[in-house]
Write a protein that binds this ligand. Structure first.
Ligand code: NAD
Length: 498
């Protein structure tokens, strides 16, 4: 079988150099290697940063009208070609095509948000702060910004940052995951087709050496990172030590609390959808269900019943759940099934028994359900990032809340209840960045900001929304006086209002 070469996109075209290192790219539903991706060394990252820096000299002066014209055009192209993009995502990530389309749609929302950049960049103006003196604030781009994205949303996560960064007048070097790199290149082509000048968006593929170079390059002003918590912490610490502005979004362990008065059918549907969608490879997946007694037995039964109806298989065949991203990741996730049993959890549904609708070589693991999980067990403490849902039984609302708040992660959470007072108390008391009330995956719309608390985010700014605009710009305040014929006279005192 012939494999494709996937290379960098620098200065508006594919890179023509020879890579010293490459990495395999798989079709997770067949297990076949379908491509090899060039892995950038420091020199290649430098080429991309230089192209971005040169392009920025022009782009920083582009009028708001010109920038929004590009954004509207890229929105149109992404919309027209989203099916093609979704297929590319499925072929390298494995998620089912409808889910891939969903991530493109959520990414498009950020493009639409960024189309409003003229309004978002409006500053304040105060007339006559002192006699004959006006003061106003403006926000200006940072320069070259780095974006480093994970494998699980190869289109949506880059789109959380790239449209806002470009709309704000920056030039971008994007380093997507080396596991599913093609979506980023396809999107870079779309931006070029939309009229974005060469070099304003560059894509470099790679792993740690490429990331390290972005973190130390003096012309890279900021880094937006999304990935696992250990790497996020490293990126935050290294980047800030090098004087960069950094937002580093990390891992998650999202709890869904079900109170006794909840609609149990709604809760069971939600647990299955949010636990096993995208094979659990979502940072907002529900991985822990906290059942407040006496509903646990009933809830577990209803969830297991629904799981029996799920079809796991090739994402192009209309299945509910696809394979995991690589064989190594599948094996790691599967190892937690033994670990859970050894620790004393009850394995209600074993994903290893799955009969996938797909090739034998695919990286399969079916949906798995554990009951009677306790907070000391590895299935609870670790981010598994696969189709494994753990049920923890709690005696009361207070016990459930304490469990969520004691967890080192704080990305997303949800409460299922028909009691408005309990829901309101939960949203007030819970120490998590994104909260759902009878909504299992509370991913904010683009005009709000996305981000977690605690070990799920290092830095001060969340992604997109007004926080995203602030992250990609810096403020300036101008105090101005246009001289009238009279002269102010000499005064060496500190300026005060007159
Ligand atoms: P990862 O941390 O392995 O990789 C993320 C990025 O970092 C990739 O581009 C990768 O090439 C790079 N990288 C990997 N190891 C590195 C190292 N040692 N030094 C420097 N760079 C390195 O994460 P992943 O497996 O691609 O993605 C899954 C993880 O991302 C999960 O933990 C998930 O929770 C998290 N995630 C979080 C969010 C969020 O919004 N908080 C969103 C999506 C995914």
């Amino acid at each position: 079988m012939t494999t494709r070469r996937i290379t960098h996109w620098i200065g508006g075209k594919p890179w023509t150099g020879d890579a010293a290192r490459t990495g395999p790219v798989y079709d997770p539903a067949t297990g076949q290697v379908t491509g090899h991706v060039d892995l950038a060394d420091a020199g290649t990252v430098d080429e991309a940063v230089a192209a971005a820096h040169e392009a920025w000299q022009e782009w920083r002066h582009a009028s708001l009208t010109r920038r929004t014209q590009v954004l509207f055009a890229v929105r149109q192209i992404l919309n027209e070609r989203k099916a093609e993009l979704a297929e590319v995502i499925t072929s390298e990530h494995g998620k089912v095509v409808s889910d891939a389309l969903g991530e493109v749609t959520r990414g498009l929302e950020v493009v639409e948000f960024a189309c409003g950049i003229p309004h978002l960049l409006k500053g304040g103006f105060s007339e006559n702060v002192s006699t004959g003196i006006d003061s106003y604030s403006i926000r200006q781009p940072l320069g070259v910004v780095g974006v480093i994205s994970p494998f699980n949303f190869p289109a949506m996560v880059p789109l959380w940052f790239v449209p806002v960064a470009i709309a704000a007048g920056n030039a971008v070097v994007l380093k997507p995951s080396e596991k599913d790199p093609s979506a980023a290149v396809l999107m870079a082509q779309m931006w070029a087709d939309a009229g974005l000048p060469d070099g304003v968006l560059n894509v470099v593929h790679g792993d740690k050496p490429a990331v390290d170079r972005l973190l130390e390059h003096p012309d890279v002003r900021s880094v937006s990172f999304v990935g696992s918590t250990p790497v996020a912490r490293y990126v935050y610490e290294t980047g800030t030590r090098n004087g960069k502005r950094v937002q580093a979004l990390g891992g998650a362990k999202n709890h869904m609390v079900v109170l006794p008065d909840a609609d149990l059918d709604l809760a069971a549907d939600a647990a299955v959808n949010a636990g096993f969608g995208s094979a659990g490879e979502r940072c907002m997946a529900i991985s822990v269900l906290v059942a407040v007694e006496p509903v646990a037995d009933e809830l577990v039964a209803r969830i297991a019943e629904r799981m029996a109806t799920l079809r796991t298989g090739d994402g192009r065949r209309g299945c509910d759940m696809g394979p995991l991203v690589t064989a190594a990741h599948r094996d790691k996730v599967a190892s937690y099934l033994d670990a859970g049993v050894q620790a004393g959890a009850e394995l209600v549904v074993d994903g290893r028994d799955v009969h996938p609708d797909g090739e034998d070589g695919g990286f399969w693991l079916g949906p798995t359900l554990f009951d009677r999980v306790t907070p000391q067990m590895p299935v609870y403490t670790d981010e598994i990032f696969g189709p494994v849902l753990s049920v923890v039984r709690a005696a009361s609302y207070d016990e459930a809340l304490a469990l969520v708040n004691a967890n080192p992660y704080g990305n997303g959470t949800a409460i299922f209840t028909n009691d408005g007072g309990a829901a309101r108390r939960f949203q007030h008391e819970v120490e998590v960045g994104m909260v759902g009330v009878n909504v299992p995956i509370p991913v904010p719309m683009a005009y709000y900001s996305f981000g977690g608390w605690k070990n799920s985010l290092f830095g001060d700014s969340h992604a997109h929304g007004t926080e995203g605009v602030h992250f990609f710009t810096r403020g300036k305040v101008v105090t101005s006086r246009w001289l009238e014929p009279s002269h102010g006279g000499l005064n060496l005192g500190f300026p005060t209002q007159q």
